[in-house]
Design a protein. Structure first.
Length: 476
């Protein structure tokens, strides 16, 4: 009857959701079938993901979604589960914010060479890249016993279908993937002391993974289809851009700030600025920087036991601008903990006034994030030679009016905010094209979103000199 139902499983660092997409006559609507919290668990001195809790949420969501033709899965990057030779999961996946990688990146980068790492993989140095997690685990009984490594969305796909594979957009975040050859970087693995036989064959977004196992008894006997399984890859597909000259911020737990390019930028200047070249859908490159993002706010709310974010943001909007600014990318902010205290410390160290209330702390976070967005948007343009005239903000942060307006002001660009669920949209769009229900390139897929999604526009209000002065105070 011309109506297709497709399910997107989207596991974010703060919540997981199963979204039901309905495609009819070139229009796409999305409804939430199920949402569940994603709360890390500390056990035996390690921070873990509750992967079985997430799996239960996925199954509950897929049952609630009803019969679908296909299912696509995406999640946060870099983390993995290990399987033994019988396919059993060995232990609980470790969270990328766990301390086991402390100091490892520096050591490995020195051993392998920072330039070689960058020109091979194109990846920014983040302490938790998969390569560093694996080097930290070398010699452990668990890694010795492992037969296969599956990144989180590939693990969920394995449990749904029994098929092993590694989808390329997420494989590209391991720092063990050759961005130009589009293949596993086997030499790097060997030189880092990591067994290359752990890694399953690569698969492309849009390829069919397999039918859902019958014993799961999901409605509609769906297939699982590979999508941009890195959530940021799907989010970028879900950016409702009209042309090429746009920048984006996928704004959730992280702010992923950058451009969509046709080819990686592997220059020395790009490496020094710590810009990443992650592989995207249709051979594109996500040229971006990780900015610490709304994690700063999430951890502050957790510390305060506060729940009313909209009210806090209203109060923050009435606080004076730029009273205190910090560099959000300070590594001190990476691990879980008392974020307001760390922000106060950072202010003290930099000679900035210490925020005296939760509203003042929130204002400091939002001002500082807007400044970090400005820095990254400008650097991305300089380093790539691509000029942009509009900035799309997608993800949960698109609901943060203060952040969107200040980001427009800081960047001197109009901000187009929404959709909040860009990742699920990008996931569904790639499935719909694989099923032959939609066709065309990314611009054509994005046109479907522009027809149906409510996008809020924020105009930049000027004050360039004040933003420049605040950026100087942020340092970094
Ligand atoms: P992730 O995929 O990393 O889990 P999301 O894209 O779901 O993240 O975004 C979550 C963030 O969205 C929250 O940390 C919060 O800051 C922001 N957010 C959610 N709801 C609102 C709201 N009503 N107003 C402002 N911000 C919101
Ligand atoms: C966002 C994200 C980001 C990665 C981080 C680990 O959810 O996938 O792109 O850098 O998580």
């Amino acid at each position: 009857n011309g109506v297709a139902h497709l399910a997107a499983v989207d596991l974010g660092a703060s919540s997981g959701r199963v979204m039901l997409g309905r495609v009819e006559a070139g229009r796409l609507t999305l409804t939430e079938a199920h949402r569940f919290p994603n709360e890390p668990v500390r056990a035996g001195g390690r921070l873990h993901w509750d992967v079985l809790g997430l799996w239960r949420g996925v199954l509950d969501g897929l049952r609630a979604a009803g019969p679908v033709t296909s299912i696509g899965i995406d999640s946060w990057a870099v983390d993995y589960g290990l399987l033994d030779a019988s396919g059993a999961l060995l232990g609980n996946p470790v969270h990328y914010r766990d301390a086991r990688t402390d100091g490892v990146a520096e050591r490995v980068a020195k051993q392998l060479g920072e330039e070689r790492l960058y020109t091979t993989t194109g990846l920014q140095q983040l302490p938790f890249n998969t390569v560093y997690q694996l080097v930290a685990a070398v010699g452990t009984p668990q890694l010795d016993a492992a037969d296969r490594l599956l990144l989180i969305p590939d693990l969920i796909a394995y449990w749904l279908t029994g098929e092993l594979g590694a989808e390329i957009t997420n494989a590209s975040t391991t720092q063990l993937y050759d961005v130009r050859r589009r293949a596993w970087a086997v030499d790097l693995m060997t030189d880092a002391g990591i067994r290359s036989d752990l890694f399953p064959p690569l698969r492309e977004p849009g390829s069919r993974i397999g039918p859902v196992l019958a014993d799961l008894a999901l409605p509609g006997e769906p297939d699982v289809v590979a999508v941009g399984s890195h959530d940021t890859a799907s989010a970028v597909v879900g950016v409702p851009a009209a042309g090429e000259n746009f920048a984006y911020i996928s704004c959730g737990t992280w702010s992923l700030v950058g451009l969509e390019l046709d080819a990686p930028v592997l220059t020395e200047a790009s490496r020094r600025a710590n810009f990443t070249n992650e592989s995207g859908v249709d051979g594109t490159i996500r040229y971006l920087r990780n900015v610490m993002g709304l994690w700063l706010l999430q951890e502050s709310l957790r510390t305060w036991g506060a729940t009313d974010l909209p009210d806090l943001l209203l109060r923050a909007a009435r606080e004076p601008a730029f009273r205190s600014v910090v560099d959000p990318d300070d590594p001190a902010f990476l691990p879980p903990g008392d974020m307001p205290a760390r922000i106060a410390d950072a202010c003290r160290r930099a000679g900035e006034p210490v925020p005296a209330s939760p509203a003042a702390t929130v204002r400091c976070i939002v001002d500082s994030l807007a400044l970090a967005h400005r820095r990254a948007v400008r650097q991305a343009q300089q380093l790539s030679g691509r000029h942009v005239d509009v900035l799309h903000v997608v993800g949960g942060g698109a609901r943060n009016e203060l952040l969107c307006q200040l980001t427009a002001d800081a960047c001197g660009l109009p901000v187009l905010a929404g959709p909040v669920e860009a990742t699920a949209f990008g996931n569904i769009l790639v499935q719909a094209r694989a099923a032959g229900i939609l066709d065309g390139d990314l611009t054509a897929l994005r046109a479907v979103l522009r027809q149906t999604q409510h996008i809020v526009r924020y105009e930049p209000r000027g004050h360039e000199a004040a933003w420049r002065a605040a950026e100087d105070r942020m340092g970094g």
